[in-house]
Design a protein around this ligand. Sequence first.
Ligand code: FAD
Length: 473
Amino acid sequence: MKLVGVIGAGAAGLCAARHILATRGMSPVVWEKSLQSGGTWVYTPQRGKDEFDLPIHSSIYENLKTNLPKEVMGFPDFPFPSGEESFLHHSQVLQYLDSYAEHYNLHPHIKYGHFVEEVKPVKQDESYTAWDITVRDLESKKVFTTTCDALLVCNGHYSLPQMPEIKDIDKFHGPKSHSHDYREPSPYKDSKVVVLGASASGLDIALELATVAKEVLISHNHPVPIPSELPPNVRQVRGVVSATENGFVFGDGSSAEADMILYCTGYHFTFPFLTEDCGITVEDRIVKPLYKHLFNTKYPSMAFIGIPFQVCPFPLFDIQVQYVMAVLKGVVSLPPREKMDDAFVSHLHKQRRIGYADKSYHQLTPHGQINYTNELSAQIGIVPPLKSSFGSVNLFTALRLVFSFTLFRKYQYRIESDGSVMVRLDGRKVNTVLSIGWLVVKHTSRLLLHDFFGVIKLTTSFLSKKLKSLFFN
Ligand code: FAD
């Protein structure tokens, strides 16, 4: 029996345990530092440290609803329960993960309240490395080491806040916090708030703040303003460059007074338990050297689940874990280390030639996720799990998010048995092509009037990247 270690019992770790259990000759041991599974989806009003004096893991807030419809969000072999709503409250996602764990009988394999402190390679022979995992039982405080034949790292990537560097930030008198610690809007009542960062979370939080705040300034460096209509007390400004005692200066030289700033600036990849011998480093948001965003090229018996972003995470975890299992079973052989390192470097160079920043190395996008999944499925000989409806629903959601942020969660998606996608709004069927076409035309014309050259520059850069990616393929 091979023992496969798993760090973390969030969605990725649960999925890992499920597939390890289904593989003959393998058994999982999952270490989870908290007392329950679900990771990110375990909401807590607490901030700072937990009952074991460890940093709070989850970054979700009280009213968070998913930004992906349940129709594409679930594991391919375990759909969300049916229901009208497509965008679920976080508590429903946790319930779903609990049912998944129950259904596959995962709990007996999870050691709750067990914090992984250190991971070290143990050379078995020239071709194989096992792992010594040192774990602290947080209740008894006992420390012990387990040797595993392989290790899946599933520790999550939305916990360690990335703080921006802002000139003279110490001069600013108001509260400064990161979205990791945001729970609900009442502390922002009647204030003027700068929300720095306009990803899906930044926008979502900004809109929630707008229900109580006097004014919300969304500060970002996107090439053009976000086209969606926003509430009247929300304004878009360029990225913050410096602070004064009572406000901020933005990239275009303008400035504004503010009472508080909330950083929605993302998170770092972090693996504090990996010793240097493991050979993994993180630089400019690249975890390296990984083969297929997955295997440690130095020691391929270590794999990382869930590194790619701008994806539907649960379906991604599912295919990544199945691929790792196929490698561990010997169904698929990985190339020699030099070839895997070459693949990593040549992908990085290709991204650079196309014009992507290094920090986008692990960014897949929904279309990229389909290609990635198809490639992995083909190699392990399974039917690609993501159907064309997956791409359509993702595309509709992404367009509605950008062009109609205040409304995008009101749409209900249904994937019919013939694979077509039915969309409803307020109980009525929606013609998607017409409704999205209208949104795009309306807001793009508005943007063209507002910033003609910005739109042209953005379109040219988009097309040039598309062309270059075709050329370099
Ligand atoms: P996590 O859920 O973070 O789980 C990691 C687990 O590892 C945790 O339980 C943690 O306690 C444990 N752990 C970490 N370190 C150790 C250690 N040293 N020892 C032992 N245990 C350890 N995804 C969607 O699909 N749809 C959405 O709408 C969506 N919205 C999101 C909104 C926000 C604000 C955030 C932050 C994320 C959102 N996500 C969404 C992404 C979400 O993170 C993933 O869906 C998914 O839950 C990640 O699962 P994971 O297992 O990789 O990580």
